[in-house]
Design a protein around this ligand. Sequence first.
Ligand code: GLN
Length: 230
Amino acid sequence: SGGESESKTYKVGIDTTYPPFEFEENGEYTGIDIDIINAIAESQGFKIEFNPMDFGGIIPALQAGQLDVAIAGMSITDERKKVVDFSDPYFDAGLSLVVSKDNTDITTLDDLKGKTVAVKSGTTGSKFAMDNESKYGYTVAQFEDSPSMFQEVSNGNADVLLEDYPVIAYAIAQSGLDLKTAGDRLTGDQYGIAVLKGENADLLEKINTGLQELRDSGEYDEILSKYIAE
Ligand code: GLN
């Protein structure tokens, strides 16, 4: 068959519980990350196949060779840089405390003594919560996806959760969750597209070239404004 003239199909890991970045609508994957990686694949001449999974499984699957790429609202961290290579950053985010709408006693980490903090396994929120657990005297409860974590605070089983502020803002606005952010943002970070470390220099270069072209053409801003109201 066509050999080199056939474009390669890359397996892309996604977290479809993560609107506005990635979610399912009418049986289709959609969102900022989906549009970005589709546009990059088109401009750089490769094919992609989406592999939805729990966020906590994505980096292990990349390391095991079950995925070639991951785009999942994934924050660039030094710890992850030891096992994956990241593209140039494509979105600014960071963590906020999130409480139920009628909660008035939690605004800072100092208010968390004796509380239960819900987090999503494998995320920056989970790491932040575990790193600070003994310092602030709360208990961490792990969940596999964002909706389960939100539910836990909505139903009063947990007092607070940690989530990226663009994600919780979108969830509250779109689905009328009875949650609100509390206090100042805890961290700032940036999302990147990941490939297995040291194995995919060509692919990473294509991704960065595609990302830059999206920014230069204005398509990047169009994608954002499709999902996020200013
Ligand atoms: N940005 C966070 C992280 O990288 C959360 C990502 C997610 O839940 N999909 O850990």
